[in-house]
Write a protein that binds this ligand. Structure first.
Ligand code: COA
Length: 173
């Protein structure tokens, strides 16, 4: 399985995939997810979005690199989610690597990822890929139960590290 660009023909399969994301995980997903989410992604042209599908054509993982605007136009945000039934099989790491390569190709110099502070496993995964802690925003996220959670920002200096990404093979998914 390899990531490929999200296309208009994928709308239904990706919408089904989002429907499989459990309530508990929706806290870790910054956007509101509803039946219009994928159509909105498809009509928005700035972000680069990719999915991984299985042999049956079902979506197993999704990632996006969303470039900033104005004074942050050199910074991208990476968002990714893996189907709960397909986790711990390397898809998260693969999509994060895709995001790093994509950020370099988009000419970005910095890639950010936002995580709830207690997502220790995911934070470890991003650290392994060269992301470093940049900020902690207290009580930044209100989860669906109304509880306030701290948000961690991790960053990767993709511009500076483009050569070292290639040297470590991270430029190859
Ligand atoms: C975080 C997430 C993307 C990880 O996806 P994944 O496909 O399970 O990740 P991988 O299989 O590539 O795991 C990579 C490494 O991360 C760590 N890891 C990931 N999930 C873990 C868990 N539940 N427990 C322990 N370690 C974990 C491990 O070190 C793992 O390597 P290993 O399997 O060789 O030990 C997935 O859990 C997810 O979609 N979460 C909800 C959305 C989210 O939090 N997105 C990130 C912020 S945008």
């Amino acid at each position: 399985m390899t990531p490929r660009a999200l296309e208009a023909a994928d709308e239904d399969r990706v919408q089904r995939f989002l429907g499989r994301i459990p309530e508990g995980d929706r806290t870790f997903f910054k956007e509101n997810l509803d039946e219009t989410t994928v159509a909105a992604w498809l009509s928005e042209g700035r972000a680069h979005r990719a999915i991984v599908t299985d042999d049956g054509g079902e979506t197993r993982a999704y990632a996006a690199v969303i470039p900033g605007v104005g004074w942050s136009s050199h910074v991208g945000e990476l968002r990714l989610v893996v189907d709960p039934g397909s986790r711990r099989a390397g898809l998260g790491r693969m999509m994060a690597r895709w995001g790093l390569v994509e950020a370099v190709q988009m000419g970005l110099s910095k890639l950010l990822v936002e995580l709830i502070a207690d997502q220790e496993a995911a934070i470890a995964m991003f650290h392994d890929l060269g992301f470093e802690g940049e900020a902690l925003l207290r009580d930044q996220v209100r989860d669906r139960g109304g509880k306030l959670r701290d948000l961690i920002l991790l960053a990767h200096d993709v511009g500076e590290n483009a050569a070292s990404l290639a040297a470590t093979g991270l430029d190859r998914i």
